[in-house]
Design a binder for this molecule. Structure first.
Ligand SMILES: Cc1cc2nc3c(=O)[nH]c(=O)nc-3n(C[C@H](O)[C@H](O)[C@H](O)COP(=O)(O)OP(=O)(O)OC[C@H]3O[C@@H](n4cnc5c(N)ncnc54)[C@H](O)[C@@H]3O)c2cc1C
Ligand code: SF4
Length: 283
């Protein structure tokens, strides 16, 4: 396999496609290549072309989770989401951009079952093992989005700058459809370069997991308080990070038999998160 080291983001973007895949920290991509789920002839290294670090409210997509979790300039919800992800070693390699684009942890998908998300007709998890799966948005695929930072950034109202455009984080994600099984809306060759992350009055990220460390979210809840209200977003509950218009919107969940317990966890975490951020100052 060839490793390309382009000199600019535009050159990296142009080099993608036709068997070339973007490589950031590699913590997600390398296992997928090893297991034959992603196939590539060339890897396009992003390290020198995607911005790293932060300046005010702007964060480079090449910044690692380890760098984000310790900086007091970063809103608390994002710091906590980063610090509760994976392990210290993985966080020191994992970039924010790669984290937002990580694939589902659904084992049917990871074991290459020909399921709906892989282009087939059936969601094997719905009829089989689905304890860690969705409570929202599972019409076609019942996977649970694994990114903690994505939920925090959704509650914070982050915007992305890519090689092609600027868009709200909420528009990065889409539920898979019969015509398009992707769960992100990036165009081929489009790279995430930077994020604008508004400073809230207060924010928090709470995560329920099987073990205290190194475990994906059963449910993650981000709350961010702004002058006009509190925004909520959830990880681990739908194929994409899930925004909730209010705590009551949780009651519209459509859990599977094996995921009903997640609704109770989400309800408890939402209550705690809303208490933690308090009411808007103008309220
Ligand atoms: C054991 C384990 C436990 C984990 N636990 C958690 C957890 O609890 N919570 C959590 O949130 N995450 C968790 N993760 C996920 C981890 O945070 C991600 O693997 C990591 O953030 C990916 O970043 P990376 O830089 O290594 O991306 P890579 O592996 O290099 O890339 C991932 C994907 O993103 C693409 N990509 C990368 N950067 C860009 C960019 N700038 N623009 C466009 N495409 C890009 C790549 O082409 C690839 O498809 C865990 C991972 C492992 C292996
Ligand atoms: S939940 Fe999604 S990824 Fe898992 S088997 Fe069903 S369709 Fe495939």
């Amino acid at each position: 396999m060839e490793l390309l080291r382009p000199e600019s983001a535009e050159a990296a973007s142009a080099a993608l496609g036709n068997g070339s895949v973007a490589l950031a920290g590699g913590t997600e991509l390398v296992p997928l290549l090893r297991d034959g789920i992603v196939r590539a002839e060339k890897l396009v290294e992003l390290r020198d072309v995607v911005p790293r670090g932060f300046d005010g409210t702007r964060i480079g997509a090449g910044t690692t989770l380890a760098e984000l979790e310790v900086d007091p300039q970063i809103p608390q919800a994002l710091r906590e989401a980063c610090s509760l992800a994976a392990s210290p070693q993985l966080r020191s390699m994992s970039t924010l951009g790669g984290n937002l684009l990580q694939a589902t942890r659904c084992w049917y998908w990871r074991l290459n079952f020909p399921c709906y998300l892989h282009g087939g007709d059936v969601c094997h998890a719905k009829a089989g093992q689905h304890r860690e799966h969705a409570i929202f948005g599972s019409d076609r695929c019942a996977s649970a989005h694994p990114s903690d930072p994505a939920a925090a950034l959704l509650a914070l109202g982050a915007r992305l700058h890519t090689t092609a455009r600027e868009l709200p984080l909420s528009e990065l994600y889409r539920l898979p459809t019969d015509d398009n099984r992707d769960v992100t809306a990036l165009e081929p060759g489009e790279l995430i370069l930077e994020l604008d992350v508004p400073q809230p009055e207060a924010s928090v990220y709470l995560k329920a997991m099987e073990r205290r460390k190194w475990s994906f979210a059963l449910v993650g809840v981000a709350a961010a308080r702004f002058a006009d209200g509190v925004r909520l977003a959830l990880a681990g509950v739908a194929p994409v990070p899930w925004a909730l218009s209010s705590p009551d919107a949780l009651e519209q969940a459509t859990p599977l038999p094996g995921t009903a317990y997640k609704v109770d966890i989400a309800r408890a975490l939402i209550r705690r998160a809303v208490e933690a951020v308090g009411a808007p100052r103008s309220a």
